[in-house]
Write a protein that binds this ligand. Structure first.
Ligand SMILES: N[C@@H](CCC(=O)N[C@@H](CS)C(=O)NCC(=O)O)C(=O)O
Length: 344
């Protein structure tokens, strides 16, 4: 009797183990993506370096590349993405309603958003903080000099709330001038209605270069008044799709750590004996099956966009128009915060 019970228990444990080790099933989002032949990706309407369409209508930027990498992983083609431009106000509804599969648009992960929107935060793709831009001629050197001043800001953003917190915490009595549209907020700043405009520092760099009529007339103050971990979000309720987006991003980050560049993917596939490299490139253990994909999923993503460091450098890095330093977005072993969970 005792033995039978033990045997049954052992059988149950074995069955559970088999279940755990079984290849992942495709979720309903991936099924829908495969059926339509496109990933639908929500992006910023135009934030150079992160998400912007060129004169031929082709989208480019760091946030855009993340979606291209996902498309390469799941549909074998980085071009099979439909980009849906969304304002700050529209972004969450678009994801909740199913209009888009993934929101890759300078969006900060916060507790409130995570807990109340029915959405999941995937992986941070850009560690940012909120900054201020002021006219050079104002001679301001610090955000603390904004006492009793007007600051233009966009509603529906973390920016608006951080500005209030910063003002209160430092007793600055800043007067926010709130706009629903970014274009209205920046135009008001340029017209002199506010002494400063505030948003994520990366956004400021982009807007200064691409939106303001004379970039050299403006400076970005050195303080960052908040943490803005930016990254893609997906809808709750589809763990398989959540896992795919997360692990494509980790793959891009870990590939940089292990020196897998876009140009070297094919060569390393045959030459590398490093088990980590082999796992990422699908020439060792099959990691793809764990997320419902094939062996080559990450190799395809890397061939399409390059690793995270290449995506950063090409779109926003020191040699790009935005000229952003790698800073917090460097690898963990180079003084930054990019620390990919291991692809294994
Ligand atoms: N990271 C912040 C701010 C992001 C944000 O929405 N920024 C503004 C300024 S760059 C924006 O995207 N405006 C353009 C729009 O709403 O179309 C957030 O998630 O709330």
């Amino acid at each position: 009797m005792k033995l039978t019970k033990l045997t049954t228990l052992a059988a149950i444990v074995a069955a559970m183990g088999a279940l755990i080790a079984a290849p992942a099933q495709a979720g309903k989002t991936l099924d829908a993506i495969k059926a339509r032949g496109q990933v639908v990706c929500g992006v910023h309407t135009g934030l150079a370096g992160f998400s912007a369409a060129d004169s031929t209508g082709k989208w480019g930027g760091l946030d855009v590349d993340i979606c291209r990498a996902v498309a390469a992983a799941v549909l074998s083609d980085p071009e099979k993405v439909k980009f849906v431009p969304l304002t700050a106000q529209q972004r969450f509804t678009a994801l909740q309603s199913g209009e888009i599969d993934v929101l890759s648009r300078n969006t900060t992960f916060t507790l409130t958003r995570d807990a109340s929107l029915g959405l999941n935060d995937t992986v941070v793709t850009y560690y940012d903080g909120q900054g201020f831009i002021v006219p050079k001629k104002s001679n301001m050197k610090s955000a603390k000099q904004l006492k009793n001043q007007t600051v233009c800001v966009q509603s529906g953003t973390t920016t608006e709330k951080n500005l209030t917190d910063f003002s209160k915490a430092n007793n600055l009595n800043i007067k926010p001038v709130v706009f629903e549209l970014e274009t209205a907020a920046t135009a008001a700043y340029e017209a002199g209605r506010c002494i400063s405009y505030t948003t994520d520092a990366s956004g400021l760099a982009s807007i200064r270069q691409k939106v303001m009529s004379n970039p050299a007339d403006h400076i970005i103050l050195p303080e960052l008044i908040s943490k803005e971990p930016l990254g893609p979000m997906v809808r709750r309720g589809d763990d398989e799709w959540f896992a795919i987006v997360k692990w494509v991003i980790y793959g891009l980050i870990e590939a940089e750590e292990y020196g897998i560049t876009q140009a070297k993917v094919d060569e390393l596939k045959t030459s590398s004996q490093d088990p980590v490299v082999k796992r990422i490139l699908g020439t060792g253990e099959d990691t793809g099956k764990l997320v419902g994909l094939d062996k080559d999923w990450l190799a395809r993503a890397l061939k399409a966009t390059g690793n995270y460091g290449e995506i950063f450098e090409r779109n926003v890095g020191p040699k790009s128009v935005l000229g952003l330093a790698r800073g917090l977005n460097n690898q963990w072993n180079k003084g930054g915060l990019m620390y990919a969970y291991p692809v294994r």
